[in-house]
Design a protein around this ligand. Structure first.
Ligand code: ATP
Ligand code: MG
Length: 401
């Protein structure tokens, strides 16, 4: 058993001592059978939330109506969820109501895929009523029960199937794929934020070049923000060797294949409801990728793009142009810059106003930009005194003209 499980065993013991059942469930059980490193563990129990609160003095209600509470143990937060069934879905996304139950099997039955519907007890014994271990050894993603019913209940599972392909490299079982293909349109009823979360996991997956063609084959792109009619762009993305790319790099590369200008790129990312900061970062990378496609880096472009954006643009450039990106040379170029951003410049607008006895205005921005350039090119050192002297000299010579 991996360490995160061992650390949480005392929690299962405490619940059992109080007379209830408790198991590890969900992704951590799946990942440990796949010998993948697990981060956090989820626990399911027959104890009701009120009963759990009697066992553990320090809890936080996470979604008490869904039966999840957070227990802090040795400083680690654990999500413990009461066994439940989800009756009737009328809107393809949320169960009409949730019912707490005492049966583990019934709880596992409501889960999406057989590989996610296993439990593990405190001794490492696997409880596997839906043959998840077989699916794992066959490397197959298969719904628990009839696929069309399960996607009809909650269409987000369609995106989840595809993102697991991308993360695990598995295939989708024939019947599950046929249903997914038929029911893609139901995704339109799913909140954009939830589709985005799964799509980002898909983009970041190790096997994205396997997942994207399946997504396209099933026509799912038609139900994703701004991607209807963009089959070619997504196949181009699938063909790139993007292993190790950050999520921002993936979005930027997609924007590049979509051939969008800054404004169109922003409108597209807005549809996905990405946080503004992330959106700006992606558009910044796209802009510097555009620069790199026609030029090479120098002190000024390294400075204005910033280290991380420059390295991202370079990685994408090499993905498009082929060859090995020499990132350490670029890092050295950036590290050797006399200033790394405008706040490091030893003069500011107030200095300029007092030196030249002029009113504030657009001339300040221009002067700062000239100073930055001179400092970056090594024409003047970044000290107040030397910059002042350099500016006065420049003024004199321009006065002579
Ligand atoms: P990850 O490693 O990305 O967290 P995960 O399988 O743990 O993957 P979670 O979203 O954390 O995914 O969900 C935990 C578990 O809850 C799943 O393994 C699955 O059993 C169940 N589950 C999650 N979402 C759904 C859903 N939409 N429908 C049915 N069961 C779900
Ligand atoms: Mg999880």
């Amino acid at each position: 058993m991996q360490l995160p499980f061992l650390k949480a065993v005392p929690l299962l013991e405490a619940i059992e001592t109080a007379g209830f059942e408790a198991y590890f469930v969900g992704g951590s059980v799946r990942d440990s059978l796949l010998n993948r490193k697990i981060a956090d563990v989820d626990i399911a129990t027959s104890a009701l939330p009120a009963e759990l609160k009697k066992i553990f003095p320090r809890t936080v209600d996470l979604g008490i109506e869904h039966g999840t509470i957070l227990v802090l143990y040795n400083g680690v937060p654990y999500e413990i969820t009461t066994f439940r069934t989800e009756s009737q879905y009328t809107d393809h996304r949320r169960p009409d109501n949730v019912e707490f139950i005492r049966s583990l099997n019934e709880d596992l039955k409501r889960r999406d895929f057989t590989m996610n519907a296993m439990a593990m007890d405190k001794t490492g014994n696997i409880i596997d009523p839906f043959h998840g271990t077989v699916s794992i050894s066959d490397q197959q993603i298969k719904t628990v029960g009839k696929a069309s019913d399960r996607f009809g209940e909650d269409a987000l599972r369609i995106m989840r199937a595809l993102r697991f392909v991308s993360q695990l490299g598995f295939s989708i079982e024939h019947g599950t794929f046929a249903a997914l293909k038929k029911q893609g349109h139901l995704l339109e009823s799913i909140a954009v934020e939830r589709r985005t979360a799964e799509f980002e996991k898909l983009l970041a997956g190790k096997y994205v070049s396997k997942a994207l063609p399946l997504l396209l084959e099933a026509g799912i792109h038609s139900y994703l923000p701004g991607l209807a009619g963009k089959k070619k762009c997504l196949s181009d993305l699938a063909r790139c060797g993007t292993a190790g790319f950050t999520i921002e790099e993936m979005w930027s590369l997609l924007l590049y294949f979509m051939n969008l200008n800054d404004q169109e790129a922003e409108d597209f990312l807005r549809k996905w409801k990405l946080p503004v900061k992330k959106m700006k970062h992606c558009i910044h990378i796209l802009k510097w990728l555009d620069f790199r496609l026609g030029d090479n880096w120098d002190a000024e472009s390294a400075y204005h793009s910033g280290k991380s954006v420059m390295l991202s643009a370079e990685r994408i450039f090499h993905c498009l142009a082929g060859g090995e990106a020499v990132l350490d040379k670029l890092e050295a170029l950036f590290d050797s810059l006399p200033i790394k951003n405008s706040s490091e410049l030893d003069v500011n607008g107030n200095d300029l106003i007092s030196w030249f006895d002029r009113k504030p205005g657009p001339w300040i921005k221009e002067a700062v930009s000239d100073i930055e350039k001179a400092v970056l090119l090594g024409k003047v050192r970044n000290t107040k005194a030397e910059i002042k002297e350099w500016l006065l000299k420049c003024n004199q010579s321009s006065g002579k003209d």
